[in-house]
Each structure stands twice: as structure tokens, then as C-alpha cells.
Design a protein around this ligand. Structure first.
Ligand code: SAH
Length: 493
């Protein structure tokens, strides 16, 4: 039995740009073989049990050779009825789809092609650039800057210099300077409008625009990451009228995010939604200390104070393990330091009774001082280790019952993290600072530290790092300060 292989174009990135037919193929698929450029959201459309195989390529780091990918499709067609080969953009626009289809034909495997929306046309459109326009450009040329030998040698720059057609280069970011200088040398006027569009149609879309003479420099200044398109021609100037998409202030910002616990983290996801490119680095593994919470500790407390999401999460796990549930907290004052802990309580069916305006240990302690009678017993779920600021603050007027529910185990950082370039390193807790410093040995060169609040800043100060600090000690505050400090405006819509 030979299954049907559908070569499906995934579109340029925005999942909404998948075709209706492509979606139907994905929904029916028993196996999907996909690329780096195929949007991960699309994989969520597959049915349970569908085998997902990543064969993505990254410059210089080929996961699987082209011949191997083609043969993998042949093999999977022998195993399943419906196989989808999902490729970024359109199947046949520099996607090597033709080679895959030819290999399937050679092995007698039935296939169909579901064309996709190509980045070569949709990318410029999302940046406000139509590839043709009446009276401006009567055609367009899509070229790859990389041929088989990896160079520009075979391109006819003299013809490109003469034409009014819009020129679109794919896979050209690393050769941008060479492309512009070859066009100039061939006589294309230096004031010809040009743009580079990075992560087109994605939340991180960012456009640098200028002229043939200065686009390389502008792109360098803007630190645009790949994938990117280069567009040259008079149609580029239409973006002043036709741009319809506000490029987010954080578009393209490269953030290193040391994470203690869950990855992907909440901040990571929030930053990605706003277009930042986030590398989450698990600097710490969390290990529960089972049995730390006792029925007596719960029963004896008049209040419980939560200063971290992890503390709250392990508290409830252990509460349930004791055979108790939220009712065990009935009548007790529940205090949460900020939005994250409030949300955690809500996940477990509880409303926080008090949340300080300033989301810090001091803020929480002050509030509890007003709410509690002197000497009241306060349960404090926390990480194993020295007393935290809240314990010290509370000790002045209450009886603190700290329960160490979990411990942080530092993880060595992958060497890669130290090599990559980042503009910002975002620290969301003092323990993230300590673990990150232990595993990274310092901030990556050229990166600024951003801190969520005073405690985290104090931890950074121990390493002689002066961070910029969120004004509100919460994740929204982190986003705000990043937008204020790093917004890159020139060339943005
Ligand atoms: N088949 C794809 C192109 C594959 S070649 C298509 O039709 O779009 C890969 C190149 O496509 C990248 O190097 C980049 O130049 C371009 N590209 C793909 N997606 C892109 C995107 N979202 N933004 C900018 N360029 C993109």
C-alpha cells in the first residue's frame, strides 16, 4: 500500500495564510514532515497521534540532507495513508519541492501539490509594498541570492540595473552588502528605494527601508534577524501609503530569559507575542521536596502569604497530596504579592484577600501588618534556602511558618547561549539572577540587564550589575520598560 503524500505550502508565517486545502490536508494527516519556516501553530491542527517529524534546516546546521528528506517521505508513504510535507511559503519557490516530488514519482508514490502563499509576494505586501503597481512596476523578479555554490555569481545584475521590475531576493540577508554594491556597480541609481523585511507576516515583523545606497547600513543598525527578504524598486516607496500593520516596538529585540522552572515561560510568551525573539535558558531545575507541608501547619495558620508562582503551585500540590483541598484554607487570610500569584490562586479556585499595590515583599508585609493581629501565624510557602525578605519583614509582628516546598538546582548553561548576541537579559527573580550568574558566569557581551523589581535588582547588584528596573514589579512592567528602553523606531510604521 502506498499512501498519498501532499506537498503543502504553509504560507509565510502568519498561520492565517495557510490555504483551506492545506488545512484540510493537515487535519487528515497521519504524519507531517515539516521545516523550520512552517509555523508551529499549524501543527496544532493535526489529529491526535499524528507523527510530527522536524527536518528543518538552519544555515550551516543541516538537520537532514535533502535526499534523506525525500526518501523519508517515500518511507512514510509506505507506512501511512496520508502524509503531509509542510514547507514554508510556497512548495516550489526555492523550497526544493520539485526534487521531493520527483523522488516520489521515481518511487511510484502518489502525490499532490497544494501551493502556498509565498513570502516573496506576501512578505512585501505585509510591509506595504505591492510587487507590481500600475505605472510603477509592470513585473517583479524573485531571486535567490544563494545558488548551488552559495554565491551571487550567476545573477544578471546588468539586466536588474536596467529593469523597472521590483526585485525580490530570498535567502539574501548575509549577502545584502554584496547585492547592493553589485546593483550599484551595474548602474542602478543609488536613490532607488529598497527595503529589508524580517520575519514578514509574523509578530516580529520588522522593516528597514531606505535606498540602494544606504539599506545595508540601515539593516545592520536595526539588527534584523533572518528570515528576511530584500526588495528593491520604486514600489518600495508605496509603503508610505500602503503599510497597514503596526510593527511592534519589540519587533526583533533579542532577549535572553533565564528561567527558573517552566519553559516556555509566561514572560517569554508575552514578549514573543510582541515580536521579540526570546531565548529561554533553563538555568535551574526545580525539585519538589515532598511531604514538607503538614496538616498541622495548614490548620494552625491564620494567614498564608504567596510570593512566587512556584511556591503557590507546590503548596497546592502538597495540600492535595495530604488529602485536603481549598476548603482547608477557609477563613484564612490569603495574601498574594502580585498578578502572577493572584492568578495561581485563582487556578485553584481561590481569590486573594489582599494584594499590595507595590508588588514587593515590603509591600506585602506592610499590608499584612495592617490586616493581622500581632503574633498571628502566617504560613509561607517558599523555596529551600536562606530566609527571604518577606520572612524577615513578617518576623517583626507575626509568627512566620516558612515551609520549604521545593529547591532550585542550578543547571549548566549550554555554551551556545554565551556566544549568541542579545540586547537584553530579563531577570524575573533573585534566584534567576543567582542561577544565571552561576551558569553563564556573567551577562552576554553588549546586553543590558532588565530586572522585575527591587529584590532582583539587589541580587544583580551583588554581581556589580546595574539593571534597568520595571516600575511595577510585574511582567507588564517588564514589557513596558523593555518597550521604553529598546523601542527601535526609525523605519517602523
Ligand atoms: N518557499 C518559501 C521560500 C523558501 S527559501 C516561500 O515561498 O516563501 C527561504 C527564504 O524565504 C528565507 O531565506 C527568506 O528570504 C524567505 N522567507 C521565508 N519566510 C519569510 C518570512 N516570514 N519573512 C521574511 N522572509 C521569509
Amino acid at each position: 500500500m502506498k499512501g498519498l503524500v501532499s506537498l503543502v505550502g504553509a504560507g509565510p508565517g502568519d498561520p492565517g495564510l495557510l490555504t483551506v486545502k492545506g488545512l484540510a490536508c493537515l487535519q487528515e494527516a497521519d504524519c507531517v514532515v515539516y521545516d523550520r519556516l512552517a509555523s508551529p501553530e499549524l501543527l496544532a491542527c493535526t489529529k491526535p497521534g499524528c507523527e510530527l517529524i522536524y527536518v528543518g534546516k538552519q544555515a550551516g546546521n543541516h538537520t537532514m540532507r535533502q535526499e534523506e528528506i525525500s526518501l523519508l517521505l517515500v518511507q512514510k508513504a509506505g507506512q501511512y495513508e496520508r502524509v503531509v510535507r509542510l514547507k514554508g511559503g510556497d512548495v516550489y519557490v526555492f523550497g526544493r519541492g520539485g526534487e521531493e516530488a520527483a523522488c516520489l514519482r521515481e518511487h511510484g508514490v502518489p502525490f499532490q501539490v497544494v501551493p502556498g502563499v509565498t513570502s516573496a509576494v506576501a512578505g512585501p505586501a505585509y510591509a506595504g509594498i505591492p510587487v507590481t503597481h500600475r505605472g510603477v512596476a509592470r513585473g517583479f523578479r524573485v531571486m535567490t541570492a544563494h545558488d548551488r555554490d552559495g554565491g551571487l555569481a550567476q545573477l544578471d545584475f546588468a539586466a536588474m540595473a536596467r529593469t523597472e521590475d521590483t526585485l525580490v531576493f530570498l535567502m539574501g540577508l548575509s549577502l545584502l552588502e554584496e547585492i547592493t554594491s553589485r546593483l550599484l556597480a551595474a548602474g542602478k541609481p543609488p536613490q532607488t528605494p529598497a527595503a529589508v523585511i524580517s520575519s514578514a507576516t509574523l509578530p516580529g515583523q520588522k522593516t528597514a527601508a531606505g535606498t540602494l545606497a544606504d539599506i545595508a547600513e540601515k539593516t545592520r543598525e536595526a539588527c534584523l534577524p533572518s528570515p528576511a527578504l530584500i526588495v528593491v524598486g520604486q514600489t518600495v516607496s508605496l509603503r508610505d501609503t500602503l503599510a497597514f500593520r503596526r510593527e511592534s516596538p519589540l519587533s526583533g529585540l533579542r532577549v535572553l530569559l533565564p528561567c527558573v522552572g517552566e519553559v516556555p515561560s509566561r514572560l517569554g510568551n508575552l514578549l514573543r507575542e510582541r515580536g521579540a525573539s526570546v531565548t529561554e535558558l533553563a538555568v535551574c531545575a526545580i525539585r519538589e521536596l515532598p511531604g514538607a507541608l503538614t496538616k498541622e501547619a495548614v490548620a494552625g495558620a491564620e494567614a498564608a502569604a504567596f510570593t512566587s508562582r512556584n511556591g503557590a503551585e507546590y503548596f497546592f500540590r502538597q495540600l492535595y497530596a495530604l488529602g485536603l483541598d481549598a476548603r482547608a484554607l477557609s477563613g484564612k487570610l490569603l495574601a498574594a504579592v502580585g498578578p502572577g500569584t493572584v492568578e495561581k490562586l485563582r487556578e485553584h479556585g481561590l481569590q486573594a484577600d489582599c494584594v499590595p499595590q507595590e508588588h514587593t515583599a515590603q509591600g506585602l508585609a506592610q499590608l499584612l501588618r495592617q490586616k493581622l493581629r500581632p503574633g498571628a501565624a502566617v504560613l509561607y510557602p517558599k523555596v529551600k534556602g536562606p530566609a527571604l525578605p518577606l520572612e524577615r519583614e513578617l518576623a517583626g509582628f507575626a509568627q512566620v511558618k516558612a515551609v520549604e516546598l521545593y529547591e532550585n538546582l542550578p543547571l549548566p548553561a549550554p555554551a551556545r547561549a554565551a556566544e549568541e548576541e542579545f540586547q537584553a537579559v530579563a531577570f524575573t527573580s533573585a534566584s534567576a539572577v543567582r542561577s544565571a550568574m552561576a551558569s553563564l558566569g556573567g551577562l552576554p557581551r553588549g546586553a543590558r540587564a532588565v530586572s522585575i523589581g527591587p529584590r532582583t535588582s539587589a541580587a544583580l547588584a551583588e554581581y556589580a550589575i546595574a539593571p534597568i528596573q520595571s516600575k511595577t514589579s510585574d511582567l507588564q512592567g517588564m514589557i513596558q520598560i523593555l518597550e521604553e528602553e529598546f523601542a527601535w523606531t526609525s523605519g517602523n510604521e
